[in-house]
Design a protein around this ligand. Structure first.
Ligand code: CA
Ligand code: CA
Length: 376
């Protein structure tokens, strides 16, 4: 029989039993001896529900019998034994905070404590708490197998754990980070002489290992370019001289374009400018160019880019009727040169980085040929 089903049992803390025998003629014996037991009603229906990352909500049915004092609540993580986490709860609910506890399968037990002793325990299902992963991050350096002295920082973007890590690698380049909370992290990896990595990574349950390679800033890289005339056909400008310059305009290297207008330099990453020298004859200058320059001056039309530069044939720094007039005079042969020279080229800032190998395109144009009518 189940004591819990006896009517009114909850008001009692002890129960006595006695036996009286009865035969088929309904003759009854005297009462037998009368043993008793302490009755300590146990809680039941314990439910454990994870909530908001690191909480577990516990609820149970508290059928308190007489003499009830409080509940004892126990917790076990994985294969560890149960340990008591509180003995002050008197209602049928409790929220456990696992913020600082490791990931594990957690199980709970609750027992009611009475003046005469404790009830049996009721157990919850196991609640799996998974928030962290052990990360292994390999930081490598280009062109070597010794990866020491790399600075690695990682900053969590969440507001739950907001973890941050700061490490310097040894020869292996390995950064081992235990118990990293799942989420997005900003990472910075740097070492003197190498291009820093600034990135965001998402730490997820399936991604325990990452690797990054810092590229050398002292290793020469191939820089490729192509130069063409700024006409509709984009005519390649072959056999013209190309200079690699630093930002102080010092020539560092020079080469010649091939027939396709292509050229290349090998240089360490940094900021550069490219200069061109073209000895091809000028061409394409006529009255249409002079008119376009005049239209630009009066605001009817607008020249852009290198064509705008090509319109300032007197090098005054602005474009006006004087440029149009000089262009016309050149066309009709009254002058044979421009003070600024016959050729102009684009001259953008070149940022040579270790990880980009794009072919940069440059345009050239004859001074005064603002409609790009020439085919050199
Ligand atoms: Ca001018
Ligand atoms: Ca022209």
């Amino acid at each position: 029989m189940s004591l819990d089903t006896l009517p009114g049992i909850e008001q009692h803390s002890s129960i006595w039993f006695t036996v009286k025998a009865e035969d088929e003629n309904q003759n009854r014996s005297v009462l037998g001896n009368s043993p008793s037991l302490d009755y300590r009603l146990a809680p039941n229906d314990l439910k454990a529900t994870p909530e908001q990352v690191y909480h577990v909500n516990l609820t149970w049915q508290g059928r308190k019998a007489a003499g009830f004092q409080h509940y004892n609540i126990y917790r076990k993580a994985g294969a560890e034994p149960f340990t008591m986490i509180t003995d002050t709860v008197t209602m049928g609910a409790f929220t456990d905070n696992l913020y600082d506890a490791p990931d594990a399968g957690y199980q709970y037990a609750v027992q009611a404590v009475y003046t005469q002793g404790s009830s049996d325990s009721v157990f919850s299902d196991i609640v799996d708490i998974q928030r962290f992963i052990n990360l292994m991050i390999l930081c490598q350096l280009e062109d070597t197998t010794i990866y020491d002295s790399i600075t690695f920082t990682m900053q969590g973007q969440d507001t739950v754990y907001s973890m941050s890590f700061n490490r310097t690698t040894n020869l292996t380049g390995l950064v081992m980070l235990p118990a990293v909370y799942f989420g997005d992290y900003v990472i910075n990896i740097s070492r003197s002489g190498y291009q820093s990595i600034h990135d965001t990574i998402s730490v997820t349950p399936g991604n325990p290992s990452w690797s990054f390679t810092l590229l050398s800033l002292t290793k020469p890289r191939l820089f490729s370019g192509r130069v063409h005339y700024d006409n509709n056909a984009s005519t390649p400008l072959g056999n013209i001289k190309v200079y690699l310059k630093n930002l102080s305009n010092t020539i560092l290297d020079s080469t010649m374009t091939i027939s396709t207008g292509d050229f290349s330099f090998s240089a360490i990453p940094g900021d550069y400018r490219i200069g061109f020298k073209c000895t091809k004859p000028s061409g394409g200058i006529n009255s249409i160019d002079a008119l376009l320059i005049l239209k630009h001056f009066v605001g009817i039309d607008t020249l852009k880019g290198i064509k705008l530069t090509a319109a300032d044939v007197d090098g005054s720094g602005n474009i006006n009727a004087s440029d149009a007039l000089i262009t016309m005079r050149r066309f009709v042969g009254l002058v044979s040169t421009f003070s600024v020279g016959d050729w102009i080229f684009e001259n953008p800032l070149i940022v040579l980085s270790p990880d980009e190998n794009n072919v940069l395109i440059f345009k050239g144009l004859c001074t005064g040929d603002v409609n790009g009518s020439y085919t050199p």
